[in-house]
Write a protein that binds this ligand. Structure first.
Ligand SMILES: NC(=O)c1ccc[n+]([C@@H]2O[C@H](COP(=O)([O-])OP(=O)(O)OC[C@H]3O[C@@H](n4cnc5c(N)ncnc54)[C@H](O)[C@@H]3O)[C@@H](O)[C@H]2O)c1
Length: 322
């Protein structure tokens, strides 16, 4: 059974530890905070606990390391783990600069190890359904995609709305379209904390001509977790706030009747919601990682897709600063 070590036992890391405890062998838990280690040593009694990341890397029995520490530490910890010959699942984003991410991707390839970014939404059955619809051509030609990730709070002071919220939608947009944007523009404002944008609007344009938009904000009356894909034949909405109707397909689109040559009309047909399995996306993500470690799938593709997200983030950040 794959032996896994989880570093970072804050808000998110224990969820990863729980899943790997179920799906594999959780060999180590690691946090620099004594209280966090004490808190989770009881929850995961078979795992050894350490404050020293180097200690779990030195354990030859450990196959894979999961990094769920704060974002600025990801690159360094992931690099050390890859250098120690471990497979790595690293929370999003794995690096804050594209050059650092490229280095991680090359290192993983050179060592023949998995480098998987923790882009949770890509394992959400609702997002998988969107991808299936797009790839099958069900929507006709996809014209544009836009994401809404808004709420009132949580107001962050250490990372802006683009980095805190945007990574999720960006990973989904790039996954759905499978293209690298040729243009990436972002506008935003830091209303509450200087230098930390609370509201960010992003525009992406792709070589195929498709366009995408993201509205990211923690200063909004609506809690929205929504992705809309507009095609020439159908339009589809993934709404993660919905309990049952996560995905809704609208048979709506533009068309040109022959009798009114040259004039566009709109067509409205059925609206329906396919059944979306209720599986926990994080469990599916952890399973996907273990499959890659076990030799199934293409780990290089997963790492390169992650690099595309970091590159787009870097370009959007440069645009925001400009
Ligand atoms: N995929 C998702 O939906 C999702 C959700 C929440 C958080 N996250 C990601 O998970 C990561 C952690 O987020 P969080 O909210 O749990 O943060 P957090 O601050 O609550 O926890 C981070 C933990 O890492 C520990 N830590 C810091 N440096 C360390 C080191 N060098 N070695 C070992 N432990 C160290 C800290 O003591 C802390 O307990 C972030 O990258 C975040 O983006 C992802």
């Amino acid at each position: 059974m794959t032996k896994v070590a989880v570093a970072g036992l804050g808000h998110w890391g224990p969820n990863l530890a729980r899943n790997f405890d179920d799906l594999a062998e959780l060999a180590w838990i690691c946090d620099v905070d004594d209280e966090k280690r004490a808190q989770y040593a009881g929850r995961f009694p078979t795992a050894r606990a350490t404050a020293d990341f180097g200690e779990l890397l030195a354990d030859d029995a450990v196959d894979a390391v999961v990094v769920a520490t704060p974002v600025p530490t990801h690159y360094e910890l992931a690099k050390r783990a890859l250098e120690a010959g471990k497979h790595v699942l690293v929370e999003k984003p794995p690096a804050m600069r594209a050059a650092e991410m490229d280095e991680l991707v090359e290192l993983a390839e050179a060592r023949g190890r998995v480098l998987m970014p923790g882009h949770l939404l890509l394992y959400h059955p609702g997002v998988r359904k969107l991808k299936e619809l797009v790839d099958a051509g069900e929507l006709g030609e996809v014209l544009c995609v836009y994401g809404n990730r808004q709420n009132l709070g949580i107001i962050r002071s250490n990372e802006n709305a683009l980095w805190s919220l945007g990574v999720h939608d960006l990973s989904v947009i790039l996954y759905l379209l499978g293209e690298e944007p040729s243009e990436a523009v972002a506008y935003g404002r830091d209303f509450l904390n200087e230098g930390v944008e609370d509201v960010v609007f992003c525009y992406l344009r792709f070589p195929s001509g498709k366009i995408a938009h993201m509205h990211l904000s923690w200063l909004d009356p609506h809690k929205m977790r929504r992705m809309t894909v507009v095609g020439t034949e159908k339009m589809v909405v993934f709404d993660d706030m919905e309990l049952e109707r996560k995905v809704t397909i609208y048979e709506k689109g533009p068309w040109k009747p022959v009798e009114r040559y040259g004039e566009w009309q709109t067509r409205t047909g059925d609206i329906h919601s396919p059944r979306i399995p209720n599986d926990e996306p994080l469990k599916l993500e952890c399973q996907a990682f273990l499959e890659l470690v076990g030799g199934k799938g293409d780990p290089g593709q997963v790492a390169r897709d992650g690099a595309m997200v970091v590159r787009a983030l870097e370009r959007l950040t440069e645009s925001l600063r400009a």
